[in-house]
Design a binder for this molecule. Sequence first.
Ligand SMILES: [Zn+2]
Length: 107
Amino acid sequence: MYCTKCGLELRQVDHFCSRCGHRTALEAPIGGPQPLMLDKSNKKIAGVCAGFARYCEVDVTLVRVLWLALAFSTGVGFIAYLVAWIAMPSDAGVRARPVIAREPQTS
Ligand SMILES: [Zn+2]
């Protein structure tokens, strides 16, 4: 991901360009392209279905019904859910505050 104003390379979690302060795609208005992330504000289990619904701009209930139908008919849905859960980044806190620097992990 690059700043659309000055071209500086940004991290996926950045809200603002660290050089010029230009807003990044994460701050795009509702209706614009949404990143495929776990939707923690609309989650039932992990937010996978809500994240896909937001990404595809479809109703979250439709995604859940299709996903459950796939899970119970083929079993693939359960594995796909776990894979998506592990692979998809979480949006928890992403929209709440700009990530300037991560605290060093001491654990
Ligand atoms: Zn910039």
